[in-house]
Design a protein around this ligand. Structure first.
Ligand code: ADP
Ligand code: MG
Length: 455
C-alpha cells in the first residue's frame, strides 16, 4: 500500500493532525518539506536552523511515530535547514539527530508508546493522587490486584493517556508484563473494520487476546459501533478470564457512558473506577516548574505562578502556555520575566469583560500601518495594504466574536475563506518572525487586551 514520499508525507500529516493542536501543526509541521523518505532514512527540510532545533526538540518523536504509522519503518531521522548560510549563524542547532535505534527497539507489542509518558514525570496532587497510585499498583502487579479492569475517567487534557501509557512503560521496563498493547478505541474500531474487510479477523483477535496488559484509551468512541463493541466485549472477557490486566480510559464515569450495552458497563465497573479532577493551583505550579526544568529552565516563582493562574482548564493548555512562553523567549532572545509573560498570557477576566469592534481594530491598524481604513477594507492588492488587511482580519477574528462571514462582509463582502486565508498567513508568520510577533502583541495591547498566541 506504500506510495511515493509525497503520499507518505500526506499520511503523516493526517496522523499528526490527530495528535497535535492545529496551531502547532500549522506553525511547525506544515512548513516542513521532504528531501527523502525511505526505509533507512528520512530527511526533512525546515526553513531555518532555529526551526530545525525547535522541531527536533518538540516534534521529532511525533514525526517518527507518524512515519512508523504510515510505513512501519523506523528510519534514521534528520531535519536540516533549507539554506545552510542561515544555519551557520546558529551552529549549535545544526546537529542533525538520528534515531537511536536501541531506544525504539521495544517489543513490537508496545504499540508505539510515547516515551514521554512515564510515572516519574507525572506530577501528583489532590486531583489525581488516587488515579496515580492505583495506576502504579496495577503496573507493579498487572492482573493480580482487584483493580481489574482499572478505569480512569476525566475531561480532556488531564492525564488519562499519560497514565495509561505510563502503566505500559512501567510494565515493559520492569518486566511485569511482556506483551503490552496500547490502543485507542478509535484505532481498535478501524483495525476491526479493516480486518473484516481483508478477512484477517484471526490475526486481529490474536493480537489483542495475546496481551498481558491491554490499555484501551478513550473508550467513549465505542459508543456508536455495535460490531466493534461486541468484539471488544469478547476480547475483554477472554483477557479477564485469563487474569490479564485491562486498563481503560473514558471521558466520563462508566454509568454515564450511555449507548454502551449494560453488560459492558457492568464489566467496566467490576474493578476499580477512578476519576481525575482539574488540578488545583499548587499542582499546576508544580507541573509548570517540572516541565520547564525538563527543558533546563528555572522559572522565577512569580512567573510560574502567573502561568498556572491563567490556565485553569487542563494540563494540556497549561503545557501549551508554557511552550509559547519558552518559544517567545527563545525567538526574541529575551529572558523569561514577568513582563514578557504577562504580555503574552491573557488576563482572562479582563479579556472577557472587554468588547472590541471592527472599527476599534481598524483604528489601531490604520494608525500603525498608516493606511486609511477604507483602503484596508478595500480591494487594493498592494503588499503593504494586503498585510494591514490580513492583520486586521486576524485581529477581528480573535477579538470581536464576529463570524468569519460577518468579518468578510466588513471587508467589502469578501467570502469567509478569504478571512481564513488571511488568518492562516498571519499565524504562519507569527511562528517564524519574532518582530511580527511583537507587533501583533503590541496591537493587542493597544486594544487593551493581552496577546495569547494559542487562543
Ligand atoms: P487526556 O488523555 O486526559 O486528554 P493527556 O494524558 O493527553 O490527557 O495529558 C495532556 C498533557 O498534559 C500531556 O502532555 C501530559 O503529559 C500532561 N499531563 C497531564 N497531567 C499531568 C501531570 N499530572 N503531570 C505532568 N504532566 C501531565
Ligand atoms: Mg487522551
Amino acid at each position: 500500500m506504500l506510495h511515493g514520499p509525497a503520499t507518505i508525507w500526506q499520511s503523516c500529516l493526517a496522523f499528526l493532525k490527530k495528535e497535535l493542536p492545529s496551531q502547532s501543526l500549522q506553525t511547525w509541521i506544515e512548513p516542513l518539506s521532504i528531501l527523502r523518505i525511505d526505509p533507512n532514512q528520512v530527511i526533512l527540510l525546515a526553513p531555518d536552523a532555529f526551526f530545525c532545533d525547535w522541531v527536533e526538540e518538540h516534534y521529532q518523536s511525533f514525526l517518527e511515530r507518524a512515519i512508523f504509522e504510515a510505513t512501519s519503518w523506523r528510519p534514521a531521522f534528520t531535519i536540516q535547514p533549507e539554506s545552510n548560510d542561515v544555519a551557520t549563524s546558529l551552529p549549535s542547532s545544526l546537529a542533525s539527530v538520528t534515531t537511536d535505534a536501541g531506544k525504539v527497539l521495544r517489543p513490537v507489542s508496545s504499540f508505539a508508546l510515547n516515551p514521554r509518558y512515564r510515572f516519574d514525570n507525572f506530577i501528583c496532587g489532590e486531583s489525581n493522587e488516587f488515579a496515580f497510585s492505583a495506576a502504579k499498583a496495577v503496573a507493579e502487579a498487572p492482573g493480580q490486584t482487584s483493580f481489574n479492569p482499572f478505569v480512569i475517567y476525566s475531561g480532556v487534557g488531564l492525564g488519562k493517556t499519560h497514565l495509561l501509557q505510563a502503566i505500559g512503560d512501567f510494565c515493559l521496563t520492569e518486566g511485569t508484563a511482556s506483551s503490552v498493547v496500547y490502543i485507542t478505541a478509535e484505532k481498535f474500531i478501524s483495525d476491526y473494520i479493516n480486518s473484516i474487510r481483508k478477512r484477517e479477523m484471526a490475526a486481529f483477535v490474536a493480537t489483542y487476546r495475546s496481551a498481558d496488559l491491554l490499555l484501551v484509551d478513550d473508550i467513549q468512541f465505542f459508543l456508536k459501533t455495535e460490531g466493534s463493541q461486541r468484539e471488544f466485549f469478547h476480547t475483554f472477557n477472554a483477557l479477564f478470564q485469563n487474569n490479564k490486566q485491562i486498563v481503560l480510559s473514558a471521558d466520563c464515569a462508566p454509568p454515564s457512558l450511555q449507548g454502551f450495552e449494560p453488560r459492558l458497563i457492568s464489566r467496566f465497573q467490576s474493578g476499580l473506577v477512578t476519576g481525575i479532577d482539574t488540578p488545583d493551583l499548587e499542582t499546576r505550579i508544580a507541573i509548570v516548574n517540572h516541565k520547564a526544568n525538563q527543558q533546563g529552565i528555572q522559572l522565577q516563582s512569580e512567573v510560574a505562578h502567573h502561568i498556572a493562574e491563567t490556565n485553569v482548564g487542563n494540563v494540556r493548555e497549561l503545557e501549551g502556555a508554557l511552550t509559547r512562553v519558552l518559544a517567545l523567549s527563545k525567538l526574541t532572545h529575551k529572558s523569561i520575566t514577568m513582563d514578557l509573560v504577562s504580555k503574552m498570557l491573557p488576563n482572562i477576566r479582563a479579556e472577557r469583560r472587554k468588547k472590541i469592534s471592527l472599527p476599534d481594530i481598524l483604528e489601531v491598524t490604520s494608525n500603525h500601518f498608516q493606511i486609511a481604513p477604507g483602503d484596508i477594507q478595500g480591494t487594493t492588492r498592494k503588499q503593504e495594504v494586503a498585510l494591514a488587511r490580513h492583520v486586521t482580519m486576524y485581529l477581528s477574528k480573535r477579538l470581536t466574536g464576529l463570524s468569519l462571514k460577518m468579518i468578510g462582509a466588513g471587508f467589502g463582502g469578501r467570502d469567509h475563506s478569504t478571512v481564513v486565508h488571511a488568518c492562516k498567513n498571519v499565524e504562519k508568520r507569527l511562528g517564524i518572525d519574532p518582530e511580527f510577533l511583537e507587533l501583533i502583541s503590541k496591537l493587542h495591547s493597544q486594544l487593551g487586551v493581552t496577546f495569547n498566541n494559542a487562543a
